[in-house]
Write a protein that binds this ligand. Sequence first.
Ligand code: GRG
Length: 300
Amino acid sequence: MDIIKETNLKQFITTVRELVEKKLDELVPASQTEPTRLHEAVRWSLLGGGKRFRPVLMLAVGQAFGCEPDKLIATAAAIEMIHTYSLIHDDLPAMDDDDLRRGRETCHKKFDEATAILAGDVLQTLVFQTVAEDATLSADIRIRLISEISRAGGTPQGMVAGQALDLAAESREISGEELENIHSSKTGALIRAAARCGAIVAGAGENEIEAVSEYASSLGLLFQITDDLLDVTAHVDALGKTPGKDKKAEKSTYVSLYGIERTREMALNVHGEALGKLETLNRDISLLKEIADYVLRRES
Ligand code: GRG
């Protein structure tokens, strides 16, 4: 498939969502596959909505470096799988204990806790199978992608450690620096990995990968800041998950530490930083700029 022609982000997002959802549907076992309850649960969480932000970012970075979607789509789907596994486990009673995700019942509510844990486990391992078996890529690239994604998951700088720090920080006030550190690992690591994987598949140089990485770090921070704002300002229908959860869990957030107005100013500053990091790239960065604008203004 050729480079996606749409330069408008809205159209690009629609096209990427279609591609990713088709790929995800192919990659996960059909609901009728035994054990059916497990596979129904995987499909319930994976194919039931979601912005597909990380795949959009990966394909937009790949496209900026001239790479066609065929080489990017399996890894983008894999990144959506690891993200979905984290959401399933995050919603469990032992963690955030939530009933609503992506506008419908969370996995453990629809099915049961054991099935939800196992559905997350299936998705986490399917991630690495998907990348390892992607015949459109060389073995070297596949190994590099597996390294990037696994680092974003389980290392001390990754998502799981970030989740542990986040849980440990509940019910106590933390510093702005601590908050940034939690989010850099919990949310930022996977967003960074999505962008880096796009650049790696596209054959970008090391300096370019670093610039993309820095852009994605700012984008991840912006994503979290707007998440905190939405938790206090958005309605449940737009959000598709329960708003007001942070306050209820006595979590420190950008809003609880700095108030709404200062948090909005921080969002603008971080947005500016993200754009600044793109300037060093001698590429068509229009979509990547639009993604930063979208994260700044998002309503869900
Ligand atoms: C349980 C290992 C483990 C990790 C959980 C990402 C995460 C770590 C928890 C999610 C908690 C949360 C609400 C974080 C705020 C930012 C964020 C990652 C939101 C969810 O991602 P979206 O908005 O969700 O991209 P969709 O549904 O659109 O894919």
